[in-house]
Design a protein. Structure first.
Length: 324
């Protein structure tokens, strides 16, 4: 008579998502260190969902814009095992070997994330044809000539199509990497990772690369003090008029400043912060939806569910089941 072992087999731990950063001689270090900070080790109290390594077409000691070399031990074969290939800045003339390695990775399902001049690689492979791409404003004109099938956008900080994501400026690498973590492991985990290096509030991809300068009159003051004031008052019903009064400007001026500097009007920015707080509370607590709605300033469970579904195309209950 066969004996059946009824004890449950513990689930196998998932392998970390492998992120490989493709670097080159005269490498700018900021996007590399930003990616390492997000995808690297964060101590025993934060789950390790990612592994991070560097590779280069010609491994060895590579020069950097900082003036000190960086040692890269892996060649392009590292890309063959990557789940994400991060192109952390490159030349506008990638070699056939580089193009072949990135193309193979994308074909088998790896995600391609390109920062600054790195966007010339997915563009050369046709991965951005008919799509928009975040392009650094200094590269936009040349990029448009070389890749007329791509829709360049030199205003937003990053654009994510799922299989390919682009960040126009090096400083946006941190935002884009945290965005990837948020999408895959939830807002609360991304916030915990960001707190490790004191990252600022989450920046949406459509936020401007830089605000336009006024043609006359004084430059608008930074919105940072107002944003901190708003984040401390999420449960309160703050209107645009309240924000304007706190800042000492008219509601019309405040709306223009928000749109110029953040890419969205103030009410929209505040709603996005409330939804981000909702996601974190759904992930990290068992609070009922009605209580969460009060805590984040969305007034009622009905309003929260409607806003949440419109933004994320899912319900709070389904989101909690996925990320709790």
């Amino acid at each position: 008579m066969a004996v059946v072992n009824c004890r449950e087999t513990p689930p196998r731990p998932l392998d970390p998502h492998r992120v490989v950063a493709l670097v080159a001689p005269n490498q700018e270090l900021y996007p590399v260190t930003s990616a390492s900070a997000v995808f690297g080790y964060h101590g025993p109290d934060i789950p390790q969902h990612y592994g991070f390594r560097l590779c280069a077409e010609r491994p060895g000691s590579l020069t950097t814009t900082l003036g000190v070399p960086v040692q890269v031990d892996d060649g392009l074969e590292a890309i063959d095992d990557a789940d994400t290939v991060l192109i952390a800045g490159w030349t506008i003339h990638p070699t056939p070997a580089i193009l072949d390695a990135v193309s193979r990775a994308h074909s088998r399902g790896a995600r391609v994330v390109a920062v600054c001049a790195g966007i010339f690689i997915p563009a050369a492979l046709g991965l951005l044809d008919g799509r928009s791409a975040s392009v650094h404003w200094e590269l936009a004109a040349d990029f448009a000539v070389r890749h007329p099938r791509v829709v360049p956008d030199d205003t937003v900080i990053y654009i994510d199509h799922g299989d390919v994501a682009t960040a126009g400026a090096s400083a946006a690498a941190l935002d884009l990497c945290l965005h990837q973590v948020r999408r895959e492991h939830g807002a609360a985990h991304a916030m915990r990772v960001g707190r490790q290096f004191a990252a600022g509030p989450h920046r949406e991809g459509r936020q401007r690369q830089f605000p336009p300068l006024p043609t006359n009159g004084p430059m608008p003051d930074s919105l940072a003090p107002l944003l901190e004031w708003l984040l401390a008052r999420l449960p309160d019903q703050v209107t645009v008029q309240d924000m304007a009064a706190h800042s000492g400007v008219s509601a019309r001026t405040l709306t223009r400043q928000f749109t110029d500097q953040l890419g969205v009007p103030p009410a929209r920015w505040l709603l996005e912060r409330r939804l981000a707080a909702t996601r974190a509370l759904l992930e990290e607590t068992d609070l009922p939806v009605e209580t969460i709605a009060t805590r984040v300033g969305l007034s009622s469970a009905v309003n929260l569910r409607r806003r949440f579904h419109t933004a994320l195309r899912t319900t709070p209950a389904a989101y909690r089941r996925s990320f709790r």
